[in-house]
Structure formats: structure tokens, C-alpha cells
Write a protein that binds this ligand. Structure first.
Ligand code: ADP
Ligand code: MG
Length: 283
């Protein structure tokens, strides 16, 4: 039988905007040693802005943006939304689109196959030697020919640094960032957030492998915090999967054990404190 106070703990969490899907998860929350975070949408606002259009020779800024929009029009990725905002109100060309996890999108248009995404996506079609930036970048190609780069910027959610300090005070000893984004931007964001370690340029399956490596070196429990469709496997693999309920995808919310309804990172430390207090009452 489940001690009544565990229900109190779950109720207490719920009243704080934290959905805990079962009492065992609350108990595990009181024993966390490591927390790994996805970057985009979890530590950062997940609202990008296009800051620069850098067309290749012979391509205009308008053309670059138009092709990028044709590829991104149907994507839900936060980067795609920033491209559509920069494109403005016009209707991009209709296209048959495929998302390539951790890399970008590929669209079959009347004018050819447009690809928009990161360096990995470009390498996969034989485009090498691209300039890399200390910002997130969307590289665009038409039928394998490089058209140019859009630089996009995101920012840390307010209060992330304080939330990390609070997690340490609540007994978590290792804070790690796992991201599909490039290493330069990942390092900068991790330093700003006050993380202990960062692992970048990860495909979704790499995030699971990296989490398993962290779990192997941890005597206490390990949580993963994420929001994307791509994060579902790693949310399931962690001792505790924590999803952002507001911005998070349905797949992430479904896969998670704990859902932060308000997307506030500081609610994780609050949940740990509720979990620890609940155990005190039981014992
Ligand atoms: P993260 O949330 O850690 O950034 P994702 O798996 O969502 O990880 O994305 C990894 C990387 O793949 C992004 O940083 C971006 O470079 C690229 N990417 C994914 N989807 C898109 C898209 N629709 N448009 C452009 N780039 C994309
Ligand atoms: Mg993400």
C-alpha cells in the first residue's frame, strides 16, 4: 500500500504546477545526483530570431530567405518559426517536406530539393568546409548547391543561473547540458547557465547514449529534462524524465514522469524539496 503522505506530496507538487505521474517518481526525485538538460526550449527560451542573412555569391538575401522559408514552412522546430517570422506574411511555395532528426529539413519544391539545417545536414549531401559560427546557423542548399546561411539567436530563460544554484543547494551535484546544437554555442550557453559539463552536436540517439554514460558513473539517480519530440527516448531512459508542459511536444509530455506545467526551471528544485519533505513525513 502507498503511504497517504505520498498522495499529499503529489498533491503539493500539483498545486505548485508540477505534475508527478506516480509516487515512485516522487521518491526517486528525492535521490537525484545528476540532472541532464536539453538546451533549446528547456534552458533557453526556444524563441529564435534571425539576426543575419549571409547569401553565397550570386544569391540575394531575398532568395536565400525564400528558399529557407519553403523548407521550414511546415516544421515545428523553434528555429523554423524564426525563419518564417523573418520571411513575413507571404505564402511560401508548396512543398513535400521531410524532417531529419537533429539535422534539419528537406523539401521537394517545383524548383528542386531545398535543404535547411546544420553542418551535419550539409555534410550528408557532400557540402564541406562551411564556415562555423558561435551562433546557431541554418545552412541552405538547393539541389546540393550551397545558397547561404541564416544566423539565428536564442537566449537563456530568465532565472536559469539561479535555478541551477538552487538545484545544487537541493543536493544535486552534477548539472549537464546535452544538445544537438554546435559546440561553440553550447559551451557559451552552458557557461552562462553554470553547468558542470556539456555535450554538443548530438543526434537524438546520441543523447540517450550520453545519458547512459552519465547514469553509469552516478551512484544516485539521474534525471533528464527536455521538451522536444526528439527527447522522448531519452526522457524514457532516465530514472526520471522531466518535460516542459507549456512549450513541450505531446511526445515529450507523454514520455515524461514529471511535467513542469509552467515551463519554469526553478520548479525542479521545488519538486525535489517537496519529494524530500514527503519522505521525512513517511519516515
Ligand atoms: P536541441 O534542442 O538540443 O537544439 P534538436 O534535436 O532539436 O536539439 O536540434 C538539433 C539541431 O538540428 C539544431 O540545433 C539545428 O541545428 C538542427 N535542426 C533541427 N531541426 C531544424 C530545422 N527545422 N531547421 C533548421 N535546423 C534544424
Ligand atoms: Mg529541443
Amino acid at each position: 500500500s502507498i503511504p497517504l503522505s505520498f498522495f499529499g506530496g503529489i498533491g503539493g507538487a500539483a498545486r505548485n504546477g508540477i505534475l508527478v505521474k506516480g509516487s515512485t517518481y516522487l521518491e526517486t526525485m528525492s535521490k537525484l545526483g545528476t540532472i541532464a538538460f536539453d538546451k533549446t526550449g528547456t534552458l533557453t527560451r526556444g524563441v529564435f530570431k534571425v539576426t543575419e542573412l549571409l547569401p553565397a555569391d550570386g544569391v540575394s538575401q531575398d532568395e536565400l530567405l525564400r528558399y529557407a522559408a519553403a523548407a521550414e514552412a511546415q516544421s515545428n522546430h523553434p528555429i523554423a518559426k524564426s525563419v518564417m517570422t523573418a520571411f513575413g506574411g507571404g505564402t511560401p511555395e508548396r512543398a513535400e517536406v521531410r524532417e531529419i532528426a537533429g539535422m534539419g529539413v528537406e523539401a521537394r519544391t517545383k524548383e528542386g530539393v531545398v535543404r535547411a539545417g546544420n553542418v551535419k545536414l550539409m555534410k550528408s549531401i557532400g557540402i564541406e568546409g562551411l564556415r562555423e559560427y558561435a551562433k546557431s546557423a541554418v545552412y541552405v542548399a538547393l539541389d546540393g548547391k550551397f545558397l547561404g546561411t541564416l544566423l539565428v539567436a536564442d537566449e537563456l530563460k530568465p532565472g536559469v543561473r539561479a535555478a541551477m544554484d538552487d538545484l545544487r543547494a537541493a543536493g544535486v551535484s552534477r548539472l549537464v547540458m546535452l544538445t544537438g546544437d554546435n559546440l561553440a554555442i553550447a559551451k557559451e550557453t552552458a557557461a552562462e547557465a553554470g553547468m558542470d559539463a556539456v555535450s554538443a552536436e548530438l543526434l537524438p540517439q546520441d543523447k540517450t547514449a550520453e545519458l547512459e554514460r552519465l547514469m553509469a558513473g552516478e551512484e544516485k539517480k539521474t534525471a533528464f529534462v527536455g521538451d522536444g519530440i526528439n527527447d522522448a527516448p531519452v526522457l524514457t531512459r532516465a530514472d526520471i524524465g522531466i518535460a516542459m508542459g507549456g512549450i513541450g511536444s505531446d511526445a515529450a509530455i507523454e514520455a515524461a514522469d514529471v511535467v513542469i506545467m509552467t515551463d519554469e526551471i526553478d520548479k525542479i528544485a521545488a519538486a525535489i524539496r517537496i519529494a524530500v519533505k514527503t519522505r521525512w513525513i513517511v519516515w
